[in-house]
Design a binder for this molecule. Structure first.
Ligand code: ZN
Ligand code: FE
Length: 269
């Protein structure tokens, strides 16, 4: 395989709304968060790909439930990368903030971010542009969604704010591979927060058209999320004003306070 051949990233749909992302070079493949093995095995067989590694972002079953069956079916030698601190079935490599995951085939290097919030040990995998990657790529699990963010099952609003700030610092053209198709319902909520956000209004129309054609709304980009995602905009005047109104609080002293209000609002929206 020519090392400059561009890598491909494909969504393998699973359950109701999960995407299991497959990164491949036409021969060798990685899969991110295989919550189910069947759709992955079907995709690998149909595309004649050999699975060379599994990347896990967090311990929830819809992201880990297929690991052991993939290893049993395709070989126990396949490395499984994942965070410390939780039981990840079949995990062979614990990775943490600042670690680099170097894969030979498909040829790719990831930097690991610790992004607590949705779960405490949640991590994300970032690949900067390389010979075979035109735009940087982020595999963010259930931390960031198109126009939304993950529920705070284990972490605090402060942790989620800091985790999203790590993503906000990445290049704007970074492609963000979220793990659920939640976009249309996230947009409905985002419009309640920022009804006058023109970027959000045009994104809403585009996203609806994609879904009507049965197409994923993903990947999104960091630049786009900074324009339309209320959870990435908790320092913006309109979002702060909406959070003050809904919470009937006169002061929300930090972005984390704002995020806490809009996350709780979304939870009951
Ligand atoms: Zn989850
Ligand atoms: Fe999930």
């Amino acid at each position: 395989m020519d090392k400059n051949t561009l890598l491909q990233v494909w969504p393998i749909p699973a359950f109701d709304d999960n995407y299991l992302w497959c990164i491949h070079d036409g021969v060798s493949a990685l899969v991110v968060d295989p919550g189910d093995s069947g759709p992955v095995l079907d995709y690998l067989a149909k595309s004649q790909l050999t699975l060379k590694g599994i990347l896990i972002t967090h311990h929830h079953a819809d992201h880990t439930g297929g690991i052991l069956d993939l290893l049993n079916t395709l070989g126990p030698q396949i490395p499984v990368y994942g965070p410390a601190g939780d039981n990840i079935p079949g995990r062979t490599q614990i990775v943490k903030e600042g670690d680099h995951v170097e894969i030979d085939s498909p040829r790719i290097s990831f930097q690991v971010f610790e992004v607590p919030g949705h779960t405490l040990s949640h991590i994300a995998y970032y690949a900067k542009s390389q010979a075979n990657i035109a735009e940087p790529m982020l595999f963010c699990g259930d931390t960031l969604f198109a126009s939304g963010c993950g529920r705070l099952f284990e972490g605090s609003p402060t942790q989620m704010t800091q985790s999203l700030a790590k993503f906000a610092a990445l290049p704007k053209n970074t492609l963000v591979y979220c793990t659920h198709e939640y976009t249309l319902s996230n947009i409905r909520f985002a419009l309640a927060v920022e009804p006058n956000n023109v970027d959000l209004i045009s994104w809403s129309e585009k996203a609806q058209a994609l879904r009507q054609q049965g197409l994923p709304t993903l990947p999104t980009t960091i630049g786009q999320e900074l324009q339309v995602n209320p959870f990435m905009r908790s320092d913006q005047a309109d979002v702060i004003a909406a959070a003050k109104t809904i919470s009937e609080q006169e002061e929300l002293p930090s972005p984390a306070h704002v995020l806490a209000v809009i996350r709780a609002w979304k939870d009951r929206f």
